[in-house]
Design a protein around this ligand. Structure first.
Ligand code: SF4
Ligand code: SF4
Length: 195
């Protein structure tokens, strides 16, 4: 009886091994495949985020705070602010993702998170960002933004100068009607002549 049980115990793992039945996984090295609709830790594309703060405003649990980070485009995100998420309060509802106007925030498939301190589960934009600009790229974009701003300022100045120049003839023309007003005064002697 004991012998039969022992054989059974050894034969079971052999059977499962040959049939490739998955009994357990080498977690965390081997993760289970998650469905497309899985709502895990957010993923941020910092190259297109405009720093509008809509995600922070719509979050029902107020877990998003906009913080400064220098890895986006100063042409799109002038204040260089990106979402920081407190996962101690996040309920993974996805409202922030639905309302993002440029679709740079999405729910990822990373689901594991652990830490010793409360702050360890407050994730900064550099943790969330799956796409970002390098420091050199940011410097180039900043130079481009400055050039565009200088061009705009020059164009504005030129337009203001043209406006000032076009206003001058209008003032000169304003003196002309005075002559016309003098005409009724010249007609007065006629009235006197009829009397
Ligand atoms: S992630 Fe989207 S909603 Fe949030 S600040 Fe960036 S662009 Fe705005
Ligand atoms: S998933 Fe929901 S609770 Fe979490 S940050 Fe976005 S809006 Fe807030």
């Amino acid at each position: 009886m004991l012998k039969r049980k022992m054989i059974k115990n050894f034969s079971w793992p052999l059977k499962t091994a040959t049939r490739e039945i998955e009994i357990t996984r080498l977690y965390p090295e081997v993760m289970m495949e998650l469905p497309d609709a899985e709502r895990g830790i957010h993923e941020l594309d910092a190259t297109i985020c405009i720093g509008c703060g809509t995600c922070a405003r719509v979050c029902p649990n107020s877990c998003i705070e906009m913080v400064h980070f220098k890895f986006g485009s100063p042409l799109k995100n002038k204040k260089m602010q990106f979402p920081q998420i407190d996962y101690g309060r996040c309920m993974f509802c996805g409202l922030c993702v639905d309302d993002c106007p440029v679709e740079c925030l999405k729910m990822g498939k990373k689901v594991t998170m652990a830490g010793w301190e409360r702050e360890d589960i407050v994730k900064r934009p550099d943790f969330l960002a799956t796409k970002r600009f390098t420091a050199n790229e940011v410097a180039d974009l900043e130079a481009e933004a400055k050039r565009i701003a200088a061009e705009k300022a020059a164009a504005k100045k030129a337009a203001a100068g043209k406006e000032g120049a076009s206003k001058k003839p209008a003032k000169e023309g304003a003196a002309a009607p005075k002559k016309k007003e003098a005409a009724p005064a010249a007609a007065k002697p006629k009235e006197g002549g009829a009397a």
